[in-house]
Design a binder for this molecule. Structure first.
Ligand code: FES
Length: 568
């Protein structure tokens, strides 16, 4: 197989001419033959003015390049799609698969012997790991790192658990226009990803557990010297991976995914992590089942004391030793023989990290934040394909609850009626939102965190059972059932729930039951059959025709599996 600049020549029918032409063009940028003979490390640049979570991309690229060159390689950065949570309409998840295709195809199309993937904001790391898994060129993840925390009237705040907390106070009329406006300046104190255990921090930790970052790569905040040193080490490691042909399929094995799930459960990680890990594994032909996730959760306690399940922020996790400290605690539960990007096993890297030290962010297994994993899997006639709940961030009293359904047909219906004082709702009711699944919205938006109806919020209600086929931000907390599968937009049972139906949630029994007979549900389905949404053109059409359900990772069906063999 050809390497370096000779790799993947453009087809002109004459390979000698193709290389001649390629070299002529690149020499226009001032490169020498000596530089062009080196192993090439591509650097996927996701810096964008629309993505402040990646605002340190220029500094990271400079440091990665330094690392590559110190190790004797030639760095070549190139742009791909960048996705920021707040700047992606209708929702970032709608674009994740598009970014994964962009990443995969640009890795494949351009000559590179290894690639450094610079990602961070929620959907970017999953998209890059999915693309890298499919391209199967030696790849290493570099996350941008978390933002710093801010201070509002001497209270420490950070995006975006505190964004939601302050907005809930504002809705409950506990704080005024002036205060909500002043806290808005403090929630995001620097560039970088959300400072709590949201999806970005979750995916950073999970990527390290998979073996796809350098050891210690998950936790340094974006604006620190530690983050820049991680970038330099990442560049040097990428060059070594060229020599050892360390492709993603050798690192991201079934055992590595089990390690990643353990970590997801132990950090009180984002529920989105389940979907993303399922999608990445699916690219490698590995099926992650919800049943296995639940099994692992039974004996994996939540140990990391970070918001929204706990108290601290990512920078505290870093000061506490980051993933080294967590992995040390989880050691008896992990597969230690999985490979990492360094070519050494996870167990060897843990040995090399040395002894722990006194800290109060990562708890010992004898004194967990929550005795089981952060996420529990629910089954029942309302979700024959499963649903999940972040039990570590739910209200203990509501986890065993039966109530009357208050149903919203879609997001518009929710926006129109949720704050209507005439809405027939009490704190004991269960809020149900339909049509926010993979096809429904489309793109499965993070709207599963339904707001507490204003009249109840004003009365001091902080949590209610909420059920939907959508997702929830990793920064949110509450007794919230998500990812109900199959979704309502394709005729899942959720589509046929009516106002006043009784629903029973039992996290202890892992069940979510609609207390309506099968015959009645079948009659409702017959009387009002669901027509799945369709689009006439473009990406929207491709999305609706090929997107899979939550239990398959919301990937496009034609992107799963078929990863080329190592070195191909
Ligand atoms: Fe980018 Fe939270 S918005 S990580």
């Amino acid at each position: 197989m050809s390497n370096g600049l000779k790799k993947g020549l453009t087809s002109y029918g004459d390979s000698g001419f193709s290389l001649f032409l390629r070299k002529a063009f690149i020499k226009g940028a001032g490169y020498t033959d000596d530089a062009l003979d080196r192993p090439i490390v591509g650097i996927a640049n996701t810096g964008s003015a629309y993505n402040p979570c990646h605002g340190n991309a220029p500094q990271l690229i400079e440091a990665v390049k330094r690392g590559v060159m110190l190790a004797g390689g030639l760095p070549m950065d190139f742009p791909t799609i960048s996705i920021h949570e707040s700047f992606s309409s209708p929702t970032s998840m709608y674009l994740r698969n598009l970014m994964s295709i962009d990443t995969e195809e640009m890795i494949r199309a351009q000559p590179m012997d290894a690639v450094v993937l610079i990602g961070g904001c929620d959907k970017t790391v999953p998209a890059q790991l999915m693309g890298a898994a499919s391209a199967n060129v030696p790849a290493i993840q570099l996350v941008t790192g978390s933002m710093l925390t801010g201070s509002h009237r001497s209270e420490r705040v950070g995006a975006c658990t505190d964004c939601r907390r302050f907005w809930a106070k504002y809705r409950a009329e506990e704080i005024d226009d002036g205060e909500i406006s002043s806290v808005n300046n403090q929630l995001v104190a620097s560039v970088g990803t959300c400072s709590v255990m949201g999806t970005a921090s979750t995916m950073a930790c999970v990527a390290e557990a998979l073996g796809m970052t350098v050891p210690g790569g998950a936790s340094p905040p974006a604006v620190t010297a530690d983050r820049i040193r991680v970038a330099e080490r990442t560049g040097a490691t990428a060059v070594a991976m060229v020599k050892s042909k360390l492709t993603p399929d050798r690192i991201m094995t079934a055992k590595a995914f089990e390690n990643a799930l353990r970590v997801l459960l132990a950090i009180g990680g984002s529920t989105n992590g389940v979907i993303h890990l399922t999608a990445v594994a699916g690219r490698l032909g590995i099926d992650l089942s919800l049943a296995r996730l639940d099994e692992l959760g039974r004996d994996t306690p939540v140990l990391v004391d970070l918001k929204p399940s706990g108290q601290h922020y990512m920078e505290d996790f870093h000061h506490a030793g980051g993933m080294h400290t967590l992995l040390r605690e989880l050691k008896p539960l992990l597969h230690l023989d999985t490979l990492t990007v360094t070519g050494r096993t996870l167990g060897e890297e843990m040995e090399a990290a040395g002894e722990g030290f006194a800290q109060d962010v990562v708890r010992p297994r004898s004194n967990p934040i929550f005795p089981q994993g952060g996420i529990a899997v629910l089954q029942g006639n309302l979700a024959p394909g499963g649903a999940i709940i972040k039990q570590s961030a739910a209200h203990p009293k509501l986890m065993e609850h039966e109530g009357r359904a208050v149903v919203f047909e879609n997001l518009e219906d929710l926006a129109k009626r949720i704050d209507d004082d005439k809405l027939d709702v009490t704190a004991e009711d269960i809020l149900v939102l339909k049509n926010i699944g993979p096809l429904g919205a489309p793109g499965m938006p993070e709207a599963g965190y339904l707001p507490i109806p204003k009249k109840l919020a004003r009365a001091g209600v902080k949590d209610m059972v909420r059920i939907s086929d959508g997702r929830m931000s990793g920064t949110a907390a509450g007794t919230i059932v998500l990812h109900v599968t199959p979704e309502s937009a394709i005729g899942g049972p959720l589509a046929y729930v009516k106002n006043g139906d009784r629903i029973k949630l039992s996290v202890k029994d892992r069940s979510i039951a609609l207390l309506v007979s099968d015959a009645e549900l079948a009659a409702r389905a017959k009387a009002n059959p669901v027509t799945p949404p369709r689009a006439s053109r473009g990406y929207h059409k491709l999305f609706l025709q090929t997107v899979t359900q939550a239990d398959k990772g919301v990937d496009f069906d034609f992107l799963r599996g078929q990863t080329p063999k190592s070195g191909a």
